[in-house]
Design a binder for this molecule. Structure first.
Ligand code: ZN
Length: 261
C-alpha cells in the first residue's frame, strides 16, 4: 500500500507575486507533490490554507500518513484549533515534514516549544548542504554534499530543541552555517525539518531536493495504527493492578475519577 502524503500549501505568494507564480504556476504545493510522485510508493495529494478548515478536516487527517507543510506569510491565519488537531495526529503517529519558513509555523512552534528563530538574508546565495549523517535514510542516494545555486540564507543559532538526529548542515556563500535537516520524535510521530525552499528560487524543481523529500516521507511513515492512548491519562483501578496490591496512605481522588487536566 502506498504512503499517503498530503502537501499543505499556504498558497499566498503564488497568488500575489509574479515571480513566484512564474516559478510555480500550479502552486508550490503542486511542485512539491510532483517531486513526491516520482516515487511509485508515495501517493501525494495537496491542499491549501484557503480551503474550509484549511483542508485539514478530521477525515482528511485520518487518511494522511505524512503531512508536508510549506507556509510563510500567513502563519497567523492558521486556526489554533486546526494546529491542535494536527499536533494530536502527530502524537498519535502521523509523520510531519516542515519546509523552509515553516520554522515559524504554529504547528512547528507548538511541537518544539521554543522560539524556532534564526538569522536570514535574501541574496540568492549558493547553499552547500553537507550530509553529516551518511547512511541516514533521509540522505540515501546523495553524495557528500549537494548545492543549490540560489537560496535564502538561514543562519545559526536556530533556537530549536536539540534534535534527535542532524542529517544536513548548510554552508552559505556569505559565511553562515545552519543545521538544515533535523529529525524529532513527538509522541509516536516522526518529524523532519528541511531548510531549503525559498519561494523566489526554483528549489522545488531541484532533483536532489526531490530525493530528500521522497526519502523523508518514507522515513516519517509509520505503518502502525494510531497510538491514541498516548493522549489519554487513565486512572488505573487498584483492583485491576497487574500484581495484587493493597491500598495504603491518604488519597485525593475517588476511584474512577478522571483527575485534573
Ligand atoms: Zn524564505
Amino acid at each position: 500500500m502506498a504512503v499517503r502524503a498530503l502537501v499543505w500549501g499556504e498558497n499566498v505568494h503564488e497568488q500575489e507575486n509574479e515571480l513566484v507564480a512564474s516559478l510555480y504556476p500550479d502552486g508550490m504545493h503542486e511542485a512539491i507533490a510532483r517531486l513526491l510522485r516520482e516515487d511509485q510508493g508515495i501517493e501525494a495529494r495537496t491542499t491549501v490554507l484557503q480551503n474550509p478548515e484549511h483542508g485539514l478536516t478530521e477525515a482528511v487527517l485520518a487518511e494522511t500518513d505524512v503531512l508536508v507543510w510549506w507556509g510563510h506569510a500567513a502563519h497567523g491565519e492558521v486556526a489554533d484549533e486546526i494546529v491542535e488537531r494536527v499536533a494530536e495526529r502527530v502524537w498519535e503517529g502521523m509523520g510531519l515534514i516542515l519546509l523552509h519558513s515553516a520554522h515559524f509555523s504554529k504547528i512547528f512552534k507548538r511541537l518544539m516549544g521554543t522560539p524556532c528563530a534564526l538569522k536570514w538574508r535574501e541574496a540568492g546565495e549558493r547553499e552547500r548542504l553537507w550530509v553529516v549523517n551518511p547512511g541516514h535514510p533521509i540522505a540515501a542516494g546523495l553524495g557528500e554534499y549537494f548545492e543549490l545555486e540560489n537560496e535564502e540564507m538561514y543562519g545559526e543559532p536556530f533556537s530549536v530543541p536539540e534534535p534527535l538526529e542532524t542529517v544536513f548542515v548548510s554552508w552559505f556563500q556569505g559565511g553562515e552555517v545552519f543545521r538544515s535537516g533535523l529529525t524529532y520524535r513527538r509522541g509516536a510521530g516522526n518529524v523532519f525539518y528541511f531548510r531549503p525552499g525559498h519561494e523566489t528560487y526554483p528549489t522545488y524543481h531541484d532533483a536532489n531536493v526531490g530525493r530528500v523529500l521522497r526519502n523523508a516521507v518514507n522515513w516519517a511513515y509509520n505503518p502502525n495504527a494510531p497510538y491514541r492512548h498516548l493522549l489519554d491519562a487513565p486512572n488505573m483501578p487498584v483492583d485491576k493492578a497487574l500484581e495484587p496490591i493493597e491500598e495504603r496512605g491518604g488519597k485525593l481522588h475517588k476511584p474512577g475519577e478522571a483527575g485534573f487536566r
